[in-house]
Design a protein around this ligand. Structure first.
Ligand SMILES: [Zn+2]
Length: 245
């Protein structure tokens, strides 16, 4: 049976049997992969510290006929400090859940992996506000999944937009009437959306926004996320219940 070392981020852990775990890992160059970690829930297991959600590591796996089995974990980062801040942890959980929902087995998603690890690192170092990380993450994830919001004029009729944002980007007042949801935003938000779409990490995080502007940007990206991915995440409902703004 082949032994290989793969680098990835744990998105999900599910307990199975008496002491085992099945890990869902986003692996560099490979995409999402299920890995069986036998005995990982035993306190004395060699895997006890390296098989939790958020662990970014080099995993040595043995590949059998159907399954991949963990034989060693070399942790690069577990982003442990996230557990010290409820808001950062809530957002990090939301990001990981979004990544799990939008990536597939066998489809490499290296940009998504790099973005997620970059954001988790900044959140756990307390160098990035979770409330700013959230719209950045949402927009980049939409972009990596093939959606580029329109920001030039009205996405439907081409007339000048009215600083209204819909699921597909900027719209004029008349066209906004036929949209399910729109949000009126400050002109600076449209520049910010462009900046985010045109920039990659690490430069991606080098700006600040006021709370008021952040709130509008979050509303705009929520409209886009709902329309394009269309699923309700428990972790997002929890964030909304925190009433951060
Ligand atoms: Zn229009």
């Amino acid at each position: 049976m082949a032994l290989s070392v793969i680098r990835g981020l744990i998105l999900k852990e599910v307990d199975v049997g008496e002491a085992d775990k099945i890990l869902t890992v986003l692996v560099k160059g490979i995409g999402k992969l299920s890995i069986s970690a036998r005995g990982a829930r035993r306190t004395k297991s060699q895997f006890a510290g390296g098989t939790s959600v958020f662990t970014y590591a080099d995993f040595t796996v043995r590949t059998g006929v159907k399954h991949h089995f963990l034989t060693q974990v070399d942790i690069i980062s577990s982003f442990y400090s996230l557990t010290k801040d409820l808001t950062a942890l809530a957002y990090a959980t939301y990001f990981i859940e979004l990544v799990d929902k939008t990536t597939s087995e066998g489809v490499p998603s290296d940009k998504t992996l790099y973005l997620t690890v970059s954001i988790l690192k900044r959140l756990s170092d307390f160098k990035l506000r979770a409330e700013l990380a959230s719209p950045i993450f949402a927009l980049k994830l939409l972009q990596y999944n093939g959606f580029m919001p329109h920001t030039e004029n009205c996405v439907h009729c081409g007339k000048p937009h009215s600083n209204l944002i819909s699921a597909y980007g900027t719209v004029c007042y008349d066209c906004s009437k036929s949209e399910a949801k729109t949000v009126k935003v400050n002109e600076s938000i449209i520049y910010t959306i462009n900046y985010i779409l045109l920039t990659e990490p690490p430069k991606l995080f080098d700006f600040k926004l006021s709370d008021e502007v952040l709130k509008q940007l979050q509303l705009a990206t929520d409209i886009m996320l709902d329309a394009h991915f269309g699923f309700a995440l428990k972790s997002k409902k929890f964030i909304d219940s925190l009433n951060i703004y």
